[in-house]
Write a protein that binds this ligand. Structure first.
Ligand code: NAD
Length: 501
């Protein structure tokens, strides 16, 4: 045990709970246990949810102007102090500092979007829809909303949701990943500094027990989940069963289709950046390059040449790629490399045993490149979630699209070509939620919505953008009659279904 306990956040203060359950938090670059995160039991979860429930009516009734001012203050504080948050992310997740800073910046963009909530919440009005009758629509907050996030973006992924939820007048309970729980505790203290009232932003630390408490609680009105596909499916089924609205984003296997006419240098840079950035632990990482026809040999050579220049090591030392998040995950990813080689794929670069600029006990694994991968191999069928890039060779564009559309995931995809007509055809035909044309990680801006298709998302609402505003609010339509005082106020008795005159 270390002395550092990472607690929950309730009513703008740290709350250690009374479960007596803890999980180790590790620095992946050193292998050292740096803290113990408290793991909620049902009673702890009930305390945190109750705080959010108590705060909900007051926050919903707080004027839009006042709520927006707090959003702007939070935006300013986060922008000023984002390097502090990036350092926390690197210490618990392992990604290199620049990448952690990029994560915070992309989250900040959602905060900026949510600062425009007064505009986003405006409804519509129609005058005189019938004689003396008007109609208007409005959107109101849900109450308490639950957010459950994965390890790979401990700050950005929760920020896809909570700025919009809070600005729209909801109170929030966020359940971080138990692997890197400190980023949200830091964020909670920042909300307090920005003037957010007690109980509006709460953090519930824990594992399945905490998740199930959120899914089952009648006080929690919606669930926004991001994580692996089996858990996303489970969360979707259990929470919808409990009558909640749910958006559950799952895993991915993202392809990059390279046509023979593509700028292969651009495509190779993109494959390396998107394949090995954050050690491949991104839901929008490219894990399969589909090389069409004559592009394949050159593509593999160019990717290999670039991959060999990458510096692996401690993310605080200016390296290109950090460690994997845990020892168990590192070993699992390494086992896929063995499976791929055994199945007959060509191992162009083997990352096992690659030198790393960091402590001996860091969870290192170098970037790995396979060529001649076929769709039956486990390195193709499984989401590896590590720095392992596979090249599948196909003869034609059609064969490439067929392969991509047959994949059970549909999160992100990219096409590299100089042919606008081919790109347009691809954009229309591909069955994936987020598409890049000569862009490898097509993560939409905050004012668009983020979400995949098929096994990459359960539910029908994507994250942030107007879909996010819609998710965190309920529509209401009000029909009003104020009679002209000069005219008789009574419409008389009429039992037939009302029509308009
Ligand atoms: P995970 O599914 O293991 O965990 C996600 C969350 O669910 C965590 O908070 C965890 O505590 C909780 N959880 C884990 N097991 C559970 C169980 N049995 N019952 C209830 N809750 C449980 O995912 P992870 O390993 O933290 O994150 C990596 C995964 O997330 C990858 O599959 C990746 O593709 C996916 N991801 C997807 C997106 C997206 O936008 N689609 C974004 C980021 C990550």
């Amino acid at each position: 045990m270390t002395d550092t306990t990472i607690g929950h956040w309730l009513d703008n203060a740290i709350f250690d709970g009374s479960s007596g359950r803890f999980g180790d938090v590790t620095n992946p670059a050193t292998g050292e246990v740096t803290g113990q995160v408290v793991l909620a039991d049902e009673a702890d979860a009930a305390r945190v949810i109750a705080a959010a429930r108590r705060a909900a009516p007051g926050w919903a009734a707080t004027s839009l102007s006042q709520r927006t001012r707090i959003m702007f203050r939070f935006r300013e504080l986060l922008n000023e102090r984002k390097t502090e948050l990036a350092a926390i992310i690197t210490a618990e997740h392992g990604k290199v500092l620049d990448d952690a800073l990029g994560e915070v910046t992309r989250g900040l963009e959602v905060v900026e979007f949510a600062c425009g909530m007064p505009h986003l919440l405006k409804g519509a009005t129609s005058e005189q829809i019938s004689t003396g009758v008007d109609i208007h629509s409005t959107r109101q907050p849900l109450g308490v909303v639950g957010i459950i996030s994965p390890f790979n973006f401990p700050a950005m992924v929760p920020m896809w949701f909570f700025p919009i939820a809070i600005a729209a007048g909801n109170t929030v309970v966020v359940k971080p990943s138990e692997k890197d729980p400190s980023a949200l505790l830091w964020t909670a203290a920042l909300w307090k500094e920005a003037g957010l009232p007690d109980g509006v932003f709460n953090v519930l630390q824990g594992d399945k027990v905490a998740v199930d408490a959120l899914l089952d609680s009648p006080d929690v009105k919606s669930i926004s989940f991001v994580g692996s596909t089996p858990i996303a499916r489970y969360v979707y089924e259990r929470a919808t069963q409990a009558g909640k609205r749910v958006q559950a984003l799952g895993g991915a296997k993202n392809h990059m289709l390279v046509l023979p006419d593509a700028d292969l240098d651009l495509a190779a840079d993109a494959a390396v950046n998107a394949g090995y950035g954050s050690a491949g632990e991104r839901c929008m990482a490219i894990s399969v390059v589909v090389a069409v026809g004559s592009s394949a040999d050159d593509m593999v050579a160019k990717i290999a040449e670039r991959t060999r220049t990458l510096r692996i090591g401690d993310g605080t030392r200016g390296t290109d790629m950090g460690p994997l998040v845990t020892l168990a995950h590192r070993d699992k990813v390494a086992s896929f490399i063995g499976e791929g080689a055994e199945a007959g794929a060509s191992l162009v670069i083997d990352g096992r045993g690659s030198p790393a600029d960091g402590a001996d006990d860091g969870f290192w694994l170098g970037p790995t490149l396979f060529d001649h991968v076929t769709p039956d191999m486990s390195i193709y069928t499984e989401e590896i979630f590590g720095p392992v890039l596979s090249v599948v060779r196909v003869e034609t564009y059609d064969e490439g699209v067929e392969l991509i559309n047959a994949n059970p995931y549909g999160n992100g995809v990219a096409i590299f070509t100089k042919n606008g007509g081919a790109a347009r055809k691809f954009e229309i035909e591909v069955e994936v939620g987020m598409v890049g044309v000569n862009v490898p990680i097509p993560v939409p801006m905050a004012y668009y919505s983020f979400g995949g298709w098929k096994n990459s998302l359960f539910g029908d609402t994507h994250a942030h953008g107007v879909e996010g505003v819609h998710f965190f609010t309920r529509g209401k339509v009000v029909t009003t009659r104020w009679a002209d005082p000069a005219v008789s106020p009574s419409g008389g008795l009429e039992l037939a279904f009302p029509t308009h005159a």
